[in-house]
Ligand binder design. Structure first.
Ligand SMILES: [Zn+2]
Length: 280
């Protein structure tokens, strides 16, 4: 047994040796690594998932913009799950007043956070209460309705689809009917782009069941592109509604339609923020 005093002085000597090894005027390896790590952390800005990146358009390709309107609603989840399963891009134009429960508001956030596969876009707050003439005859009020949806839904880009009307504000050109032109001008001056549609998958307004069969709507898409019956050559915007696909057999129809389009190697599915001529 060592006497207590000798034992403590031994321990002190060892501690002194360790400290002097580490602090011989130079920072230790551990210190350096810690400082470098801290520096890297301060330099690294959190990445913005919505920092918009342009795509290079290939003139041999045909760009397909699959859009779902009026969500969040019955059918939205089925559409989201399907596009994820089939690995295609799509855009959801959503309505502020439809996000009227915690579950539906969560669904909007889910859509938003699945970017870049799917994009959340603005389809107004009130959907004009389905009184389109009144809504568009009051362009200032209508514009406010869109600005509110932009805020409440936390829409990442200033991209709008008008309820009940196909109008375009792209490439600084407004193509709209007399009824909606004033609101389009207002939205344009506030930095918004407005997207209409080239091909619509129609539905029965009582049941919301889709009217055209998958091969038929795929044929319409082909014809529109081939005959250049589209707003921008080689770019086709397809309008559908989430609720059309809430039943499993119609979700299957949507899958068939997407798979027909996927077979053509010229087709590229994109989200609407990559449509040519939008403001960013
Ligand atoms: Zn709508």
């Amino acid at each position: 047994m060592l006497p207590k005093r000798r034992f403590y002085s031994g321990v002190f000597l060892i501690l002194l040796l360790i400290t002097s090894c580490e602090n011989d005027g130079q920072p230790s390896k551990k210190d350096l690594a810690y400082k470098q790590n801290k520096l890297a952390q301060t330099k690294q800005q959190p990445k913005d998932p919505f920092a918009w990146k342009p795509i290079k358009c290939d003139t041999n390709k045909r760009y397909i913009y699959l859009t779902f309107d009026d969500g969040p609603q019955n059918g939205t989840t089925a559409c989201l799950e399907l596009v994820k399963k089939l690995n295609v891009k799509a855009t959801f134009f959503m309505v502020g007043s439809h996000a009227n429960s915690e579950n539906l508001a969560t669904l909007v956030r889910t859509i938003k956070h699945n970017y870049p596969q799917v994009l959340l876009a603005n389809h107004s707050t009130s959907h004009a209460n389905n009184k389109y003439k009144f809504f568009y005859h009051h362009p200032e009020m209508a514009a406010q309705d869109f600005y509110l949806a932009q805020k409440t839904l936390h829409v990442p880009y200033k991209i709008i689809r008008l309820p009940g009307n196909s109008a375009w504000v792209v490439d600084s050109v407004i193509r709209a009917s007399g009824l909606v032109k004033p609101v389009c001008q207002q939205l344009d001056s506030s930095g918004y782009s407005v997207i209409g549609w080239d091909v619509e998958w129609n539905f029965n307004h009582k049941t919301a069941y889709p009217l055209q069969r998958p091969y038929k709507i795929a044929e319409q898409v082909d014809t529109a592109l081939a005959k250049n019956h589209v707003h921008t050559k080689n770019h086709v915007v397809i309008l559908t509604h989430d609720r059309m696909f809430r039943k499993e057999n119609f979700t299957d129809s949507l899958a068939k339609f997407i798979n027909i389009l996927k077979k053509d190697p010229r087709n590229v599915f994109e989200t609407i923020d990559h449509y040519p001529g939008l403001k960013f």
